[in-house]
Write a protein that binds this ligand. Structure first.
Ligand SMILES: Cc1ncc(COP(=O)(O)O)c(C=O)c1O
Length: 377
């Protein structure tokens, strides 16, 4: 009998797959860089520096961990329906909005289908496209990181789906409602990813997605509600789409702890909104301080992070210099982001630390360039 050959058995789409680059656990990084874990300033994953709402933390203490969660997500869908003033039948929750993205791909995208993105953007869309053997068509953002609307509409005609985060990660800009309408009219599935909408001036399209226009809005509890570790997100969409996704999804994607935390968070929205305002204020204070350093140029952001262009040094060297100081920020492999850092907005103390660390690193780079000490970089 021939033995199973895992290489030959691999689906063709997975043979040259580029893995997703997730963030590493902070304790690992702290150990690697020789910094005390409690002194780490973690600004690399756009998490909420204030954590979950105290009510959510309290709620997860008493969950029935030995029971399976409700596969129909009744209580979660009802609470979300009330929040958005839409029918429950238009909502599907999952283990993070990542699960909803995966679900949309598995439901609608076949090998060879085209899906459209505007890079630089969130990496999960291209990752999932790769898993399914779909073709990714990129309509790059313009020089100022705005969307090239006409080019995007043209590329979307004949595609299966188009994925646009608003605010975009990592650039922080918004999708206009007018462009969303044009994209819906192309006949492709428009997925508007509102993971960071609570930090922006942008108005959510969630209610409209439930009113019949064929598109999907994704939301998450990872950012605004500080529940990234519990993994819970959801989509608002036309009822027929939701009905299908409810059939296709894994039955128990939203754990009992996630369910309890969602319900408690939705009873604590005023406190969570207040925290979001504090985070936005810190984002703006950080942007002003960075702009005052002549080697840094922060892009305007509507999210809880800032994309910063550096006139000096290379992003990975600066990231390493910051890590040695216990400050963790994100860099990217994208060719247009070699000179950029993405820094999440943190607490006031976090902002002070990252500003101080960047001042030191900027001075080091200046000294190195004056003395021609390239190796030190
Ligand atoms: C634009 C965007 N969408 C979705 C996600 C995934 O969020 P979740 O934690 O809900 O899976 C992220 C995470 O960083 C994101 O940046």
């Amino acid at each position: 009998m021939p033995r199973f050959d895992p290489t030959r058995a691999l689906r063709p789409a997975l043979r040259d797959m580029v893995p997703y680059t997730p963030v590493e656990p902070p304790a690992e990084m702290a150990a690697r860089y020789g910094v005390a874990p409690e002194s780490v300033v973690k600004l690399d994953a756009n998490e909420n520096p204030y954590g979950a709402s105290p009510r959510a933390l309290d709620a997860i203490r008493n969950v029935e961990a030995h029971r399976y969660p409700d596969p129909d997500q009744r209580r979660v869908r009802a609470a979300l329906a009330a929040r958005h003033n839409v029918p429950e039948a238009c909502i599907v929750a999952g283990a993070g909005s990542d699960e909803l993205i995966d679900l949309l791909f598995r439901t609608y995208v076949e090998p060879g289908d085209r899906i459209v993105i505007c890079s630089p953007t969130f990496g999960m869309y291209a990752f999932d496209a790769g898993l399914l053997g779909a073709e990714v068509v990129d309509v790059p953002l313009r020089e100022d990181w705005s969307i090239d609307g006409d080019a995007l509409v043209a590329a979307t005609v004949g595609a299966k789906a188009v994925f646009i985060p608003t605010p975009n990660n990592p650039t922080g800009g918004l999708l206009s409602h007018e462009l969303a309408t044009r994209l819906i009219e192309t006949g492709a599935l428009l997925v508007v990813d509102e993971a960071y909408i609570e930090f922006s001036h942008g108005e959510s399209l969630a209610a409209r997605a439930a009113s019949g226009d064929p598109f999907v809005v994704l939301r998450t509890f990872s950012k605004w509600a500080g529940l990234a570790g519990l993994r819970v997100g959801y989509g608002v969409m036309p009822e027929p789409v939701a009905t299908t996704l409810m059939q296709v999804k894994q039955p128990y994607g939203v754990s009992v702890a996630a369910e309890a935390a969602v319900l408690a968070s939705l009873e604590d929205t005023a406190a969570l909104d207040e925290r979001a305002l504090t985070i936005v204020a810190e984002r703006d204070r950080m942007a002003d301080a960075l702009r005052a350093m002549e080697w840094l140029e922060p892009a305007p952001s509507e999210a809880n992070f800032i994309l910063v262009r550096m006139d000096r040094g290379d992003a990975s060297d600066v990231r390493e210099a910051l890590r040695r100081r216990g400050v963790f920020v994100r860099t990217f492999d994208h060719p247009r982001l070699r000179q950029h850092l993405r820094i999440s907005a943190g607490t006031p103390a976090d902002t002070d630390r990252v500003i101080a660390a960047l001042r030191e690193v900027g001075e080091e780079l200046m000294t190195d360039s004056m003395t021609g000490n390239e190796a030190a970089r």
